[in-house]
Design a binder for this molecule. Structure first.
Ligand code: URA
Length: 213
């Protein structure tokens, strides 16, 4: 059997739909085009692939195969920043599963002053009654009176807003800057997208997370 032109004799070799498979000169499977892209989500767009009411992030993409894409993690409608889309379910699972502990960095602005004690509260975690869980330790860096950079290792429903609400504060602006080794570039304007480079695609291998090795 040939996989992507290479002769494979191991019957347990893992094959996905993005590989070309030939047997005895016959093509058993054609390569499907694997897509990995980043989008600078503007405020006002839904992290969904279709919606009757609001524009979605998919409306911003003009790739001919965009119908095959799904999101590797969502942002709220009024949150801006880095969103990843792909048609490779194994790749997106690695990005989104809490067990993988991929760091996601957010710039947060709040209504009231962020006190120094907030750092310990985020590091300790917050108990969420609805899910019956305590959030994983998160790193809060206070960079202004009402501005902080927050690193989360999971992504729960309205997580950052709910965390600040616990501290009797309110998030007024939220922007995702990076996911693992993928950082939103300064020259990618809100609404713009581009394909990931090979290095970006593989970047979760560089975080020292064993599951990505
Ligand atoms: N936390 C939130 O509250 N909203 C987001 O969009 C992302 C994280």
């Amino acid at each position: 059997m040939r996989v992507d032109g290479q002769i494979i004799t191991d019957s347990h070799a893992s094959i996905d739909r993005f590989m070309r498979v030939e047997l005895d000169g016959q093509v058993l499977q054609q390569t499907e085009r694997a897509i990995y892209l980043m989008l600078h989500k503007p405020v006002g767009y839904l992290s969904a692939t279709s919606d009757a009411q609001h524009p979605t992030v998919l409306d911003l993409i003009d790739d001919p195969d965009k119908a095959t894409l799904h999101l590797a993690g969502r942002l709220d409608r009024n949150t801006s920043g880095l969103v990843l889309l792909t048609n490779d379910g194994r790749w997106s699972k690695r990005i989104t599963e809490a067990t993988e502990k991929i760091p996601k960095v957010y710039l947060v602005e709040t209504l009231d002053t962020i006190p120094a004690e907030a750092i310990a509260a985020f590091a300790q975690g917050f108990y969420f009654h609805t899910e019956g869980i305590t959030t994983l330790p998160a790193e809060l860096k206070i960079i202004g009176e009402r501005q902080a950079r927050l690193t989360l290792y999971e992504g729960r429903y309205h997580q950052i807003k709910r965390m600040f609400h616990r501290l009797n504060n309110r998030v007024t602006k939220l922007h995702r800057e990076s996911i693992g080794g993928i950082t939103l570039p300064d020259d990618l304007e809100p609404g713009q997208w581009r394909m990931l480079s090979d290095a970006e695609k593989l970047s979760c291998r560089n975080t020292g997370i064993p599951a990505c090795e």
